[in-house]
Design a protein around this ligand. Sequence first.
Ligand code: KIV
Length: 274
Amino acid sequence: MSAQQEQRRLTAPDIRARKGGEPIVSLTSYHAHTARLVDQYCDVILVGDSLGMVMHGLETTVPVTLDMMILQGHAVMRGSKHALIVVDMPFGSYEASREQAFASAARVMKETGCGAIKLEGGTRMAETIRFLVERGVPVMGHVGLTPQSINTIGSFRAQGREEKDWGPIEADARAVADAGAFSVVIEAVAEPLARRITGQVAVPTIGIGASPACDGQILVLEDMLGLSPRVPKFVRRYGDLGPGIEAAIKGYAADVRKRAFPGPEHVYGMRGKS
Ligand code: KIV
């Protein structure tokens, strides 16, 4: 196998083919430098609209724009070479009509070079997903807790906590899969429900606060690194980088204030010369 073949980027059909196979590893990234790190270990990098809350300090993802997604999607493409890059469609860029969704998705794909888009919603978005897929746009679905609907659902609480509420969520996942999505994110739903959906749909499920039985898992990078001020209860932290970063900044500020900051003489070997 040539080096060029080894470096081939994963595609939506590659991920689709992982149903029931090796678990799909996925994280978010919004920058070239984190993408470079994440790319070494992940199959899918999601440029999530969570960037609105994580990078910009917004209260919800609702104000995120298509331009914000395109700018960061492009950065992540530049920083990665192996993973499938999926860019989230932000609120208001796809819900009005199939045509609006196609125009927005085409812009995202042309301007970032990403391999797929993600959009939120189940049964209500199925027709749009079919329209996009038939026209060459690979779509990742997103059901369960759909944060862009915060103003109608009222809170970021887990969905399907009681068995009587499972039906519509199962129907959503099936509708997305039947419409041609290559995978579906299941966010914050009861574990047995996510397990059941995974058994029912023909495409890989990617869980976030869902079930270890899902075909893959995704987390927001900054949440699992301990960099986000508020994280959902289900997030397992794999790092605690906040205090380390703070200590480095504190050390730098102290050096500057003491005038102990190294000057160029240390760099250019001019020590002792005036
Ligand atoms: O925006 C995002 O980061 C997401 C993940 C939480 C799945 O949609």
